[in-house]
Ligand binder design. Structure first.
Ligand SMILES: [Zn+2]
Ligand SMILES: [Zn+2]
Length: 408
């Protein structure tokens, strides 16, 4: 393929084809990008963008100042730094910061100068729309077991308990909407819910409850109950979690050292999630634009002697998840719409409730278990997969929402 901008050869990027993009071609001279076989376009040619708006910031756990560099491709920055885990940042573009890497700036300007002035208009690079898909044709009737259909037909559910899901019905205790971390008079009491994405027509994202970007607060007694006692921190249900990665223990070790000064320790399930080769970034793969990003510890807005470690957030930081470490050693996963690693404020509502900090899960392992099942379901529903492709756990999880009456 020749570049339509500068006539130079384009090189195909050796990424495996996906449902979202069959092929990616990049010009070897002007770096123009052409994608083939995307959801909306047979040929998608990205138009010119100014040199300081064009590149993603680099992102790597192995380079403390990665964000100063522009991410090129294939685990490398424009200035030529390479790290095996490097990719484009999920948290923003590169350029315009006072501490931008000068070599990346020079490279970005050099590449920019290769675009002829008359080929920089938005219309110059022509796109070819994709042919309509069968499901977009009028009169299309989805198969009975196609996910996303409100009356989807499920195959027979596995008999008996499945994975770590408790058989229905859940607890007989009335849901209070609050959970405590810590014991006795020193316990921290927080509003509690599960913040999750909508599960298609089965658990709508309808903004009828508090919501953060596309995560909605679902009451705890409305989500499938998990056998919380079974989560012992070993991720046995996950399979092989792999060995610890040096560049990830380099992230957790300093946090553990700071917590040790305060007599606190990182729980084993948190350390496993962040450092083990196969668990590392497992949330990101189903996170729908939420990403692992570890920072802290910081004091809790609920009590200055408690600590929080940020570990996961959505792209715009509309929702941020933390490990909450109570000073007595208990811990839980909490979330907030605030990034307490950059702004620390004590915020109490008039009724004494701590605003903007919400209990989500009793352990990191339990949080990961539910998040992965829901993420798998969200993707399967979006891709209109047949229900037979779901795991027994995901199938049973979904069945929970088909057996509860729709609210009106
Ligand atoms: Zn070119
Ligand atoms: Zn650089």
């Amino acid at each position: 393929m020749r570049c339509d901008v500068c006539e130079s050869p384009m090189a195909r990027w050796d990424l495996p084809p996906s449902r979202w993009c069959r092929e990616i071609w990049i010009c070897t001279w002007c770096h123009a990008v052409t994608q083939v076989g995307t959801v909306d376009y047979e040929v998608l040619r990205f138009p010119y963008a100014c040199w300081d708006l064009r590149w993603e910031a680099a992102w790597s756990d192995m380079l403390p100042d990665a964000g100063r560099h522009a991410y090129a491709l294939r685990n490398a920055t424009l200035c030529g730094l390479e790290k095996p885990d490097m990719e484009g940042s999920q948290f923003g573009m590169w350029g315009g910061r006072a501490d931008d890497c000068p070599d990346c700036t020079a490279a970005a300007q050099t590449i920019d100068a290769r675009w002829p002035e008359d080929r920089r208009t938005y219309e110059f690079r022509v796109c070819v729309p994709a042919a309509p898909r069968p499901e977009e044709e009028p009169g299309y009737v989805p198969p009975a077991d196609e996910l996303g259909r409100p009356d989807v037909l499920l195959p027979d559910l596995p008999p008996g308990p499945v994975g770590r899901l408790l058989p229905e019905p859940a607890s007989a205790h009335p849901e209070t909407g609050f959970r405590t971390i810590g014991d006795g008079p020193h316990a921290v009491c927080l509003p509690a819910f599960w913040a999750g994405g909508g599960l298609g027509p089965y658990r709508p994202f309808d903004e009828e409850e508090q919501h953060f970007a596309w995560f909605q607060a679902y009451p705890l007694d409305s989500v499938p109950a998990l056998d919380e006692e079974s989560f012992t921190g070993d991720f046995a249900w996950f399979g092989d979690i792999g060995g610890p990665l040096d560049h990830r223990t380099a992230v957790t070790d300093p946090i553990a050292a700071k917590l040790a000064d305060d007599g606190l320790t990182l729980p084993a399930d948190f350390v496993a999630l962040i450092t083990r080769a196969h668990l590392h970034r497992c949330l990101d793969r189903v996170g729908d634009c939420s990403w692992t990003d570890v920072a802290g510890p910081v004091p809790s807005p609920a009590h200055p002697d408690d600590r929080m470690v940020l570990f996961f957030r959505d792209q715009q930081s509309c929702i941020v998840w933390y490990l909450y470490l109570h000073r007595d050693g208990q811990y839980a996963v909490v979330c907030s719409s605030r990034d307490y690693t950059t702004e620390w404020e004590l915020r109490y509502r008039q009724d004494g409730e701590i605003a903007e900090l919400y209990w989500c899960a009793p352990s990191v392992e339990s949080f990961v278990y539910r998040f992965l099942i829901e993420g798998t379901l969200i993707q399967a529903i979006r891709n209109r997969q047949p229900t037979t492709e779901l795991t027994p756990e995901a199938l049973t999880y979904l069945a929970h929402y088909l057996t509860i009456a729709p609210h009106d």
